[in-house]
Ligand binder design. Sequence first.
Ligand SMILES: CCCCCCCCCC/C=C\CCCCCCCCCC(=O)SCCNC(=O)CCNC(=O)[C@H](O)C(C)(C)COP(=O)(O)OP(=O)(O)OC[C@H]1O[C@@H](n2cnc3c(N)ncnc32)[C@H](O)[C@@H]1OP(=O)(O)O
Ligand SMILES: Cc1cc2nc3c(=O)[nH]c(=O)nc-3n(C[C@H](O)[C@H](O)[C@H](O)COP(=O)(O)OP(=O)(O)OC[C@H]3O[C@@H](n4cnc5c(N)ncnc54)[C@H](O)[C@@H]3O)c2cc1C
Length: 666
Amino acid sequence: MAAIVNPDLDRCRSQATFDPLLLTYFIYDGPEKTKRRRFLQHLALKESKKVNDCQLSELSKEEQYEVALQKVTATYRRIFELGLQDPADISLYRNTFIEGHPFAIHVLAFLPAVQKLASEEQKAKWLPLIERFQMIGTYAQTELGHGTFVRGLETTATYDPKTREFIINSPTTTSAKFWPGGLGKTANFVVLMAKLITNGRDCGLQSFLVQIRDLETHQPLPGITVGDIGQKFGFGFIDNGFLILKDVRIPRDNMLMRYAQVLEDGTFVSAKNDRLLYGSMTLIRSHMASACGRALAMAATIATRYSAVRRQSEINAGAGEVQVLDFQTQQYRLFTQIASAYALLMAGEESSAVYRTVSSEVETGNLQNLPILHALSASLKAFSSWQMMFGIEQCRLACGGHGYSSASGLPKLYANEVSACTYEGENTVLCLQAARFLIKSYNAAEKGEQLPSLAGFLQAPKGEKSRLTENLELDQLIAAYEHRAARQVREANSRFLSHLNKGATATEAWNQSSQSLVEAVVTFSHAFVVRAFIEKVTSSVLEPSLSSVLIQLAQLYALHGITRNSGQFLKGGYMSDHQLEMVENKLYELLAALRPNAVALVDAFEFPDGVLDSALGRYDGNVYEELMEYAKRSKLNKTEVHPGFFKYQKPFVDSLKSQAVAQSRL
Ligand SMILES: CCCCCCCCCC/C=C\CCCCCCCCCC(=O)SCCNC(=O)CCNC(=O)[C@H](O)C(C)(C)COP(=O)(O)OP(=O)(O)OC[C@H]1O[C@@H](n2cnc3c(N)ncnc32)[C@H](O)[C@@H]1OP(=O)(O)O
Ligand SMILES: Cc1cc2nc3c(=O)[nH]c(=O)nc-3n(C[C@H](O)[C@H](O)[C@H](O)COP(=O)(O)OP(=O)(O)OC[C@H]3O[C@@H](n4cnc5c(N)ncnc54)[C@H](O)[C@@H]3O)c2cc1C
């Protein structure tokens, strides 16, 4: 029987000025892919429930790990049975079946690392085993003492030409591998980053395939100490681990030898470019804007549906309590996050496309565009994870008290997803990497050299004024963001030069201008996202009713960024006070204009209830019934009177009672 939909939510849906199905097609690349998506999600949810219907967030870390392992093995069993081949189908099916799991790094980093770093011969030997989970691995780079500064890693791999083996050691406490996902209890192999020493010479960081556990007993192999690192902020279902290696011998063939090699006699043949070693990090970073967009879209769906159901306070006295979605402040909070979610999804498509182009060039030995890919993937990873982090928290706050309850699904979403600001490179550090590219490009532009299109905005003439009018011309919005980015890069460069001129070394001057450099990179990424959003919307063939709403959303995204960073747009008189005031007025107008479409805009993401896992974000809006059910399921309600009452509370109260009686007798 179809559930009765909350009437307020129903009315919101009927007010939409466009067909949300057309938007779903736009998001998921057409009717065919949407149909397939629905089919796979339906199948995954049905089967997932059969395997285990408990909520991971209600379990202890140990229980979460076990259930996640149970579910991920069932997921992949079904994936093989169904014969799913397309990576997009596989990740959709898996991510619907289970929210997170201990095989994540096997799939996302171990497999790609072997694909990218192993020779053809090595790939032929290992990939079939890895793909069929006969080898389960993780990516072991970070150590207790170093994550960011990869050149500072201390694990050593010393070549012994007599036995043609590498001897792997963790020589210090800080050299223990620490954090790799799946290392704690799951993996039996690692791709290990270690300092290669051969013929007495330190040849820098290289990658090695190391077996750490017996394939039958799963016991650590001799010389291996391995375990889980304990409770974390989120990600309870992943066993991030530590690993200490003592005189562990691996055959020479286990160095991943696609780019660099050690010959039998110990001669080192270096790679054409050392940075190719970082390929699997670049892969994940390139896809993170989409992942962040998805997470923010989930939060925005929950908070928007709830805000349509929640009635509180009156706007006009005596006219009855309104849906909280009618408050302008709520619209500002939520519609800007809906816009951000769409913006990150569009930018993610663009950065994945850049990844595909450049990585196929790299495959053919053309490394010319690698710095561009590195700068884009690093900066966009940082920008999108920061926007997502801020956005999910805004959505949670927008749900008032119930947003603080785990029933909302928002605390766990935040706790899991916020890690994206740290893993695959701490955000600030990645911004500083992208800053190197921008500063080099800026200086090249000053010399009149041709720039890659990604940095083309640096060539725009200085001293321009914004021509943005009340029509909110899309090209003028892009121009405003690119002008701002160019100016921030110029300012950061000037700061750097002024420190140099005062006698600082280049590295000191870089450090003294680094906050300014990070801000310049943020403005660069922001401009990239604004352009990607606008170009995607304007270059797609859309029904006018849909296109006008998406344009409003893109305008809202751009105007919101201008108002939040108005100082940077006013600098040098680029925008006038009048224009800024107009931008603010237009932003408020857009909030009102988008109000009838808010629920349809989030419905179009088509997150099934089983994926949102939120009492507040249910499609049918039966929020209060579900909150009450959730409360009743609390483990504390299993007994009417908790044993703690007799153990602690009553003795305490009684002791005070008898003391009071005793005192009254004095
Ligand atoms: C069909 C597609 C399938 C897609 C599958 C992927 C899907 C992914 C979706 C993901 C979404 C959700 C996932 C959720 C699950 C959780 C996953 C968690 C995974 C976590 C894994 C990890 O965290 S692994 C560890 C990551 N560690 C880091 O990132 C370390 C950060 N540090 C560094 O990268 C480097 O050390 C450094 C760059 C900061 C410094 O390096 P170094 O000391 O060597 O150098 P320099 O600063 O001197 O720079 C030297 C020059 O090299 C250039 N450089 C640096 N890095 C790169 C690179 N990656 N590529 C190219 N070039 C690079 C640098 O710019 C310098 O150049 P110059 O300026 O010219 O000198
Ligand atoms: C959930 C999770 C999963 C992970 N999974 C894996 C995995 O599978 N495999 C793996 O190998 N690792 C993994 N990691 C480790 C992760 O990649 C590192 O934690 C990350 O790269 C940050 O490095 P760090 O911890 O050394 O931070 P630090 O570099 O110590 O950062 C501390 C502070 O110092 C600042 N800082 C450091 N260097 C600079 C600099 N040069 N300039 C300016 N500021 C600087 C940072 O900005 C930050 O504010 C994971 C981490 C997490 C949280």
